[in-house]
Ligand binder design. Structure first.
Ligand code: NDP
Length: 395
């Protein structure tokens, strides 16, 4: 294999797993050159990534860090950029394959820069799809970009979606997160550390909190609907604490195809990097006898209202999913900053969406037809969520 790649969000959990896969594939003699990498603010992590990957271009999100970034990367033979335009440049540079692993809606513009030049985009960042769903998918079609889902559930579906026209329904599996068996009382006093202590996956803090509220599964429901083109009532969610089956596709003849693997993000990342081939990856192999049994349970809608909120937003239309994702980002930040409680996250999102639905502007009544409209809905939802989180914090 000979391929040039870029990694947006190289210092994060997915970014680091991508480096591990690249190093392993290079060790097997594959020719993988790195065009561009990006970080938010983590300069030492960016410097480590430059030493490991030898990219041509490295960018940080924070424009004020340009001089510090130049200093941190001096002698590494890399061109340095900072700010939003530099992130977009990283996506626009001519790499065959781009890993989209910035967290949140901040990933949208750089990922779109890759989509617009028809790149193969390995999509870990679910928020950019939830935020701009139909526009994002249409842009990929228009520009001939190939989207390869990296989220383990969507990657699983992608792997077993042999007959898209003959699908009865999809089932997304959920680990249940750290509060799967916790009471509402326990959840009401949960700390950021407890919420981020995921039983199966080691991930960034935002997605860890989303997994604890099950908002992550709701965002994935929206992601699956936009990516694979199925309505919300043909996508189920089931809690599967062992995180061994990563999702299932049910066909019209009663057959159900599932993808199984140990929970390790290097597997979907390697799948996306080698696609349409497969390459060896040194992950722990699935040992079914050691596992003994796989169990399943229905999600508890009363303790985890996020799933219902996401389903309702998906049924309302693309502006509602934009607003939901933006409000959730604000609510999770407020929780991680110790300003609001764990149960206040969903409350903030629900109230922000309710307020926008009632607003006379009708902002979320119809689907955005441009990325500017997406940005306007995103801004309004963030403002609403900040107000609500602020009053919950003061209460
Ligand atoms: P992390 O928080 O670990 O990493 C996020 C990355 O984005 C870092 O490189 C960070 O830089 C960068 N970043 C943060 N804020 C900004 C910003 N405003 N502008 C530009 N870059 C920024 O997240 P994860 O790796 O866990 O997740 C990344 C994405 O992948 C998310 O959308 C998540 O939902 C998705 N995903 C993650 C999975 C996982 O196992 N981790 C599984 C499936 C999907 P810095 O380090 O400098 O802050």
């Amino acid at each position: 294999m000979s391929r040039s790649i870029s990694i947006l969000g190289v210092t994060g959990s997915i970014g680091q797993s991508t480096i591990a896969v690249v190093e392993e594939m290079r060790g097997q003699g594959q020719d993988i050159r790195v065009e561009a990498i990006t970080a938010g603010q983590n300069l030492s992590g960016l410097a480590d990534a430059c030493r490991a990957l030898r990219p041509k271009f490295a960018a940080v999100a924070d424009a004020a860090l340009l001089a510090a970034a130049r200093e941190a990367l001096v002698g590494l033979g890399v061109e340095v950029g900072a700010g939003e335009s530099a992130l977009e440049e990283a996506g626009a540079r001519p790499a065959d394959w781009v890993m989209s692993a910035i967290v949140g809606a901040a990933g949208l513009a750089p990922t779109m820069a890759a989509v617009r030049r028809g790149a193969t985009v390995a999509l870990a960042n679910k928020e950019c799809l939830v935020c701009a769903g139909p526009l994002f998918i249409n842009a990929a079609k228009t520009h001939g970009a190939q989207l390869l889902p990296v989220d383990s559930e969507h990657n699983a579906i992608f792997q077993v979606l042999t007959h898209p026209q003959r699908v009865e329904k999809l089932t997304l599996t959920a680990s249940g997160g750290p509060f799967r068996t916790a009471s509402r009382e326990v959840m009401s006093t949960a700390t950021p550390e407890q919420a981020c202590a995921h039983p199966k996956w080691n991930m960034g803090r935002k997605i860890s909190v989303d997994s604890a509220t099950l908002m992550n599964k709701g965002l994935e429901l929206i992601e699956a609907s936009y990516l694979f083109g199925f309505p919300s009532d043909s996508i189920d969610v089931i809690v599967h604490p062992q995180s061994t089956i990563h999702s299932l596709v049910h066909y019209v003849d009663g057959s159900v195809l599932a993808q199984m693997a140990t929970p390790d993000m290097r597997i979907p990342i390697a799948y996306a990097l080698a696609w349409p081939d497969r390459v060896p990856v040194s992950t722990a192999r699935l040992d079914l006898a050691a596992l003994g049994s796989l169990t399943f349970e229905a999600p508890d809608a009363s303790r985890f209202p996020a799933l219902g909120l996401c389903r309702a937003a998906l049924d309302s239309g693309a502006a509602a999913t934009t607003a939901l994702s933006a409000a959730n980002e604000v609510a999770v930040e407020a929780f991680l900053a110790g300003q609001i409680g764990f149960l206040d996250i969903c409350r903030t999102v629900e109230e922000a969406l309710g307020g926008l639905e009632r607003a006379e502007s009708g902002l979320i009544a119809k689907s955005p037809t441009s990325f500017d409209q997406v940005a306007a809905v995103d801004r309004a939802a963030r403002e609403a969520a900040r107000r609500i989180a602020g009053s919950l914090a003061a209460a």
